[in-house]
Design a protein around this ligand. Structure first.
Ligand code: ADP
Length: 305
């Protein structure tokens, strides 16, 4: 069935991304809670239609580690994109609680399985692997969203997103500066998986902006510096897994199949991991952080007579 705006009851705002807002909505005919992303684009109807058609492939992206796609439509110059509502939100706001090794193993195993499925079954390369694009729910499911399926959409968003947190592989950063967009292969995603894993584990982006005087210095470190590593509080197996992703030469990086059969994820497959419990703790921690921020804000605000 095709979704349209009339069927949706708008709810609270869930987040604000680089390209638009995400709202919770209720699909009235089916009573399904969804997340709706609004992307504002200054494009003509032909191009908007092309985007909607390109997004259609997402109906085939059905996998336990991929956020379900329900449909997309456009109104005036906005594309609306409806997907499965993930009630624990994105991983970047949860990992601060601390991620024990078994939880880390389960999260990345889900990520790699999702990425392998996209690549093998649909010939899709994600292109934007990072903790913000990993969503969780209270059941403990871990799913990927926001992958590049629409050339037109990617082009329109002009993803020259060299911000202060780049997950781009060295060859991509180099390629980008030479304006060659063709350097992107599946192994570039593997680098991003490695960086994301490190960030989830250590609780912060591995090339912290405060260490570098500017973005250029930071990107230079990614290209020319030694790849970052997991600290030795993690097992040798986990550290080896990450090092197989963070290899400078793309042709020497592990493939998804190799990453899945690596002892680290092999162990994960045989282990019972209480993801539900971890998500509950992380959500509670996130709530406490929010409250503390609010208190600090109140304290710093001058009292009005
Ligand atoms: P970005 O552009 O930074 O990738 P998005 O626009 O995709 O961010 O999403 C912004 C925020 O909205 C996310 O950080 C997340 O908290 C929330 N969000 C996005 N998709 C969903 C979803 N399917 N379910 C619940 N929350 C979501």
């Amino acid at each position: 069935f095709a979704i349209n705006m009339d069927q949706l009851q708008l709810g609270e705002e869930l987040g604000n991304g680089a390209y638009g807002t995400v709202k919770r909505v209720l699909h009235k005919p089916t009573n399904v809670a969804m997340a709706m992303k609004e992307i504002r684009l200054e494009l003509d109807d032909t191009k908007l239609n092309a985007i909607i058609m390109e997004l259609d492939i997402l109906h085939r992206a059905v996998h336990p580690s991929i956020v379900d796609f329900y449909g997309a439509f456009f109104i005036e110059s906005c594309v609306y994109y409806c997907m499965e509502y993930m009630d624990a939100g994105s991983l970047d706001k949860l990992y601060g609680v601390g991620v024990p090794e078994p939880v880390l193993g389960r999260i990345i195993s889900c990520m790699v399985k999702g990425l392998k499925f996209l690549k093998d079954e649909l010939q899709i390369i994600h292109r934007d692997v990072k903790p913000t694009n990993v969503l969780l729910n209270k059941r403990g499911d871990v799913k990927l969203c926001d992958f590049g399926v629409s050339g037109q959409l990617d082009k329109s968003l002009a993803k020259t997103n060299i911000g202060c947190q780049s997950y781009m592989a060295p060859e991509r950063i180099k390629g980008e500066s030479q304006n060659a967009l063709s350097t992107y292969t599946v192994s570039s995603d593997v680098w991003s998986v490695g960086l994301a894993t490190l960030e989830i584990a250590i609780g912060k982006y591995p090339y912290p902006p405060e260490t570098y005087s500017n973005v250029f210095a930071q990107l230079t470190a990614i290209i020319h510096g030694d790849p970052p590593e997991l600290p030795d509080t993690y097992s040798e197996t986990a550290r080896d897994w990450v090092s197989r992703c963070l290899v400078k030469r793309p042709e020497d990086r592990a493939t998804y199949a190799q990453l899945l059969s690596h002892p680290f994820l092999h162990e994960d497959a045989r282990r019972n991991v209480d993801m539900r419990g971890w998500v509950a703790r992380a959500l509670q921690w996130k709530d406490e952080q929010k409250q503390q921020r609010r208190l600090r804000q109140q304290e710093s605000e001058p009292l009005h007579p």
